[in-house]
Design a protein around this ligand. Sequence first.
Ligand code: 1DF
Ligand code: MN
Length: 345
Amino acid sequence: MASKLRKIATEEAFSIPEVAAALREVARSPSQSLDKNLVKGIYDPLKPGEGYDALDFLSGLLDVEDRRLKEMDKLGVDMHLLSLTAPGVQMFDADTATELAALANDRLAEICRRHPTRFAGLATFAPQSPKRAAKEMERAIEKLKLNGFILNSHTNDEYLDDPKYWPALEAAEALGACIYIHPRAASYGFKGPLQDYGMDSAMWGYGMETGTHAVRMMCSGLFDRFPKLTICLGHMGEAIPFWLWRLDFMNTRAQAGGRAPKTKLSMAEYFQRNFVITTSGVEDHLALDYAVKKLGPDNVLWAIDYPYQPQKPAIEFMDSAPLEEETKAKLYHKNAERIFRIAPA
Ligand code: 1DF
Ligand code: MN
């Protein structure tokens, strides 16, 4: 039976023509990044209408207020929490990235202002220039009234445990705004065995890359410096909930052996204190049950991953989940309202 609960989907992608054009340039550049498979396929397809292009992701990304909204109406999806699609601005030079991030945030804020009950938004920033990023983050929350931030894993093969990025983390913590760490393809040093069989993609490589990013952050001791920082991970937590026991056991050993910094809390405690996860692209009731039990019903949020995942099955997955009604309400909207400061209906 279809649920009447308010439904806020929290990993919903969009783009703007200017970013799409800049990604077409990346597709034609000599870059060896593993992201080029996807970027070429979507923004510069060899054979229009075939391969990646057959799925017509680009038109789904560029359309927000027309076909998407009509489908949301038809299916009873109340709200998309929008974010600029991966790899966002993270493959551009620092100046281009900074400019395009501000432009994308302006456009996103306009959409949200036109449809305040249907769209909310995660702001983009350019980690290539951490100080300018921190300024844009402040503007995005205080002036544009956006709801948090999106980051697509590594930037030029570096991760957020690198102190150069801390101005962005400081800004997010001070603003009380969550950073959604979304996948992109694995960094240069991590790509070797992911290059065959399509494994660079959301099938496997995305989760490996993004889960590794989060584990680096936890092991680095970064959450002792930023105890109030909240990170959101998609794809049922990029497998980390399943790994928590082992992460704790082996990190204790690594700390004792001097291979990892001493931390105030255990890895599982950081994950439970500083992270929330979403269900994007993992429509598996057993995995959901495990995540809710392991992390608690306040720390799991519903997501679709439109247009990369279809909306209808994501709703059917949640509607049919064997969860108590109150838990379902938390996953469908209450947790999103709290974490992303979305006004209750
Ligand atoms: C894909 C999947 C592309 C996800 C995405 O953004 C993305 C895909 C470029 O299947 O090509 O966000 N995802 O989150 O699983
Ligand atoms: Mn996604």
